[in-house]
Design a protein around this ligand. Structure first.
Ligand SMILES: Nc1ncnc2c1ncn2[C@@H]1O[C@H](COP(=O)(O)OP(=O)(O)OP(=O)(O)O)[C@@H](O)[C@H]1O
Ligand SMILES: [Mg+2]
Length: 187
């Protein structure tokens, strides 16, 4: 969590090895990371259809369930034959998520994944993330979405990162109380 421009996306890019960092940043031995960027340069192949995009990554048993999975992410009927280049922002995000969730990753890093999503899509994504068994690093300004997902909060604040071992609700409640106390003191 943190205000715009505090460095959340930058830290994530550092973790993903996309930018040079001053210190060291290493992923653990067996870590396989999947990444959803906030401003992706090219998220999906423009000429592949929704079905093909998922078909490309799905391996083994799960292959028989591609249509079912796409349906759960609200691609059904003709929608699965639409090409990447014609998808809306929300459709693009949903499809990128299906792909990520089908890949054998044990670390998911999502930088503001809900930006283009409507309420129902957010619920679908949240359910899928609750089922995800690996580690999730999530940047979001969306309190409702974070609720129940985050067990730890990293607060980006005036060029520092403060780690809080508490749920997002506990964190926000405490921040609120702190602000109220500060206001009272300054009176
Ligand atoms: N390549 C770059 N060169 C110079 N400054 C940069 C570069 N990339 C990011 N910045 C700056 O670093 C700061 C942190 O950016 P970052 O994208 O990490 O913020 P953020 O916390 O993710 O913000 P938001 O909530 O808006 O997504 C910003 O002021 C940004 O302008
Ligand atoms: Mg950002």
């Amino acid at each position: 969590m943190g205000r715009n421009g505090e460095g959340k996306s930058t830290l994530i890019k550092a973790i993903m090895g996309e930018i040079e960092v001053g210190g060291t940043c290493e992923l653990g031995h067996n870590v396989r990371a999947g990444y959803f960027a906030q401003n992706p340069a090219s998220l999906l192949a423009p000429e592949l259809t929704v079905f093909q995009t998922v078909d490309e990554v799905a391996k083994g048993e799960i292959r028989s369930q591609i249509k079912h999975i796409l349906g759960a992410f609200m691609f059904s009927g003709e929608a699965i034959d639409k090409k990447g280049k014609f998808l809306s922002g929300g459709e693009r995000t949903r499809l990128a998520m299906v792909r990520l969730l089908l890949e054998p990753v044990n670390l998911l890093i999502l930088d503001e994944p809900t930006n283009h999503l409507d309420m129902r899509s957010k619920d679908v994504l949240k359910e899928a993330l609750l089922d995800f068994e690996g580690t999730l690093i999530l940047v979001s300004h969306d309190r409702d979405f974070l609720q129940g997902l985050a067990r730890k909060v990293f607060e980006f604040k005036v060029q520092r990162v403060i780690e809080h071992s508490e749920t997002i609700d506990a964190f926000l409640e405490r921040s609120r109380l702190q602000r109220i106390t500060e206001l009272n003191l300054s009176k």
